[in-house]
Design a binder for this molecule. Structure first.
Ligand code: CP
Ligand code: NVA
Length: 315
């Protein structure tokens, strides 16, 4: 059951729980298209804290609570006493007295773990240096809509970062094959690989980490990339560009090895002509705008499922 759960990496989810989020998200998306907004979270409050910038996550969480009849208070860390040294633990205890759920975007993953340990309400990781679970729920919904989940091969090309780690976890839970093509020292984290391999042995999916982007992309249904320079590693910019370019750029030459009806995905923001060329992100195969839209639907579903019992969700 998802009610009351912290959402830190998706490792805390079962396959069924991920599929439940996708299913409710699809239902809410259909209703919204027909102008129907079920007020499932009336009188519920989300406090959403950002220690790093955000466009999609901040706005989609805010809008998610609005559309569900609830309320969102979103703040940057510097607007809180947290920015002047109040501890994460004390902040968690206080916020738990005001709200129903907390979302936090942090630098060190440990910070959102600490928040969850001292909060008496659910805590959602809205991006840490290690994981980005809300992104991947929306990504899986996008893949399901465009390709289904059965027999799908996803190639992630580039930096084995927070998005890549979470794709390994979420992708293995729904049984898709994940191939990661990344440089030797930029592999996804070992915990995420180990989790994915363990789950994949049950779901019969493949998890392959390779330094060869062509091997990863060969026959792929989905090609996914993200920035080479995540928030927090800006100082490594020059060194990283030398390592990643041109070998790990998603461009016309690389995608020729994919299936002809492949879809291109990116969590955004994109750094055009670094990790992906304009012609690919702007092509008819690009799913990035639907993917960004699905952040809203997936977060509406996630918030509903962690705040309500299934029997209370009448949509
Ligand atoms: N994809 C994503 O999380 O975007 P923002 O940084 O704009 O929230
Ligand atoms: N990997 C990127 C994702 C941004 C949404 C970062 O952490 O900056």
């Amino acid at each position: 059951m998802l009610k009351g759960k912290h959402v830190l990496s998706l490792m805390e989810f079962s396959s069924k729980e991920v599929l439940d989020v996708l299913e409710l998200s699809e239902r809410l998306k259909r209703k919204r298209r027909n102008g129907v907004y079920p007020l499932l979270l009336k009188n519920k409050t989300l406090i959403s804290i950002f220690m790093k910038p955000s466009t999609r996550t901040r706005i989609s969480f805010n809008e998610a609570m609005n559309e569900l009849g609830g309320h969102c208070i979103d703040l940057t860390a510097n607007e809180l006493q947290l920015g002047r040294g109040e501890t994460i633990e004390d902040t968690a205890r206080v916020l738990s007295r005001y709200a129903d759920v907390i979302a936090a975007r942090v630098f060190a993953h440990e910070d959102v773990v600490r928040l969850s340990k001292s909060a008496s309400i659910p805590v959602i990781n809205s991006l840490s240096d290690a994981f980005h679970p809300c992104q991947v729920l929306a990504d899986l919904q996008t893949i399901k809509e465009k390709k289904g989940l059965k027999g799908v091969k996803l190639a992630y090309i580039g930096d084995g970062n927070n998005v890549c780690n979470t794709l390994l976890i979420g992708g293995s839970l729904v049984g898709i094959d994940i191939y990661v093509g990344c440089p030797k020292n930029y592999k996804p984290n070992q915990d995420a690989i180990d989790f994915a391999l363990k789950i994949a042995s049950k779901t019969k999916s493949k998890i392959i980490i390779t330094e060869d982007p062509n091997e990863a992309v060969s026959g792929a249904d989905v090609i996914y990339t993200d920035t080479f320079i995540s928030m927090g590693v800006e100082k490594e910019r020059e060194e990283r560009l030398k390592i990643f370019l041109p070998k790990y750029q998603v461009n016309q030459k690389l995608i020729e090895k994919a299936k002809s009806d492949y879809i291109f995905m990116h969590c955004l923001p994109a750094h055009r002509n670094h990790e992906v060329t304009d012609d690919i992100i702007d092509s008819k195969n690009s799913a990035v705008w639907d993917q960004a839209e699905n952040r809203l639907h997936a977060q509406k579903a996630l918030l509903t499922l962690i705040l309500l019992k299934k029997s209370e969700i009448k949509v």
